[in-house]
Design a protein around this ligand. Sequence first.
Ligand SMILES: Cc1ncc(COP(=O)(O)O)c(C=O)c1O
Length: 351
Amino acid sequence: MHMSVSPELTKQVSEMSLPEHLGFGRIKAPVMFRARCTDGVWDSGELLPYGPIQLDPASKTLHYAQQIFEGLKAYWVSSEEPLLFRPRVNARRLNHSADRLCMANVPEDLFMRGVEELTRICKPIIPRHQDSALYLRPFLIGVDHDLGLAASKNYEFYVLASPSEVFHAGTMRVKVERQACRSAVGGTGGAKTGGNYAASLLATNTAESEGHDQVLWLNPEKRNLIDELSGMNFFAAINNKLYTPSLNGCMLEGVTRDSIIKLAKSSEIEVVEGDLNIDDVLDAISNGSCTEAFACGTAAIVSPIARFHDRGKNYVPEYPKGQIAQQMRNKLLDLQEGRIEDSFGWIEVVK
Ligand SMILES: Cc1ncc(COP(=O)(O)O)c(C=O)c1O
């Protein structure tokens, strides 16, 4: 049964006008979902007007960073109803993050309820042209407010929605980060928690001031294997095979990464998951065997890497706009936007 919604909230959504250029994550739906967990028991959640939330200044989330989030999209381009792409994988990843941060798990049904109810009420503001979607941002915070260093017992789970265009990373110029680390061996790199992103900002700002767009993070153990970018996973095409770093606990298990691996295999492209030594990749670009590289994630889908920079030297793949990248992007969007049949069982329709 669908959630009952106040007529004012429904009216507010239907009267919202969207600007011509949405950008990514800038425009917020006037409604959000919230559920509360009190001493291990979740309520069933509700839709509320979007707005500031009340937090005690001593909340655990503010002091000890008990905070995790997710990102997924509802697409409504070529289908009769909005389509969610693998939302249950996000639900499971949220709980994987919750375990690492010692937080309560969000029951999958509750996660789905939040995501689906919000998508449903937001139907009037889901952008319906190609390369745009309703971006959904579930997040979980610990709200106990004594200052002792311990896990919270009480939590709030929210879902926000943002009518958005694809995040245009452009053809990226990437700096290999040889100094800073974003995550540690045994740390929280495999969880989607705010601290990982805060840890990435300084190196990214420095890289930007030097004329690059993004940082390529190396594994913190030996600093010679590629992990990922700050918000995207990494692929390289070498001798017509696709290589991507295997999951090692220091990087996020991307839904897009997993989907590309499966899509590539179904298109007879060989995929190798394993250690990807940065020096080998740069050598392969120099000798022409690595023809393209790209990053992938929910926000940007697939972003070709036009140039690598490492210790004063630039490396430009032969196909800086990426042919396999383009193929993977098209296949993924055709599925997500409902133009081709979903033989993988990845799509959930929001009726
Ligand atoms: C650090 C990091 N790696 C990879 C990804 C890609 O994950 P997904 O494909 O699930 O969006 C993201 C985006 O959420 C991310 O923040």
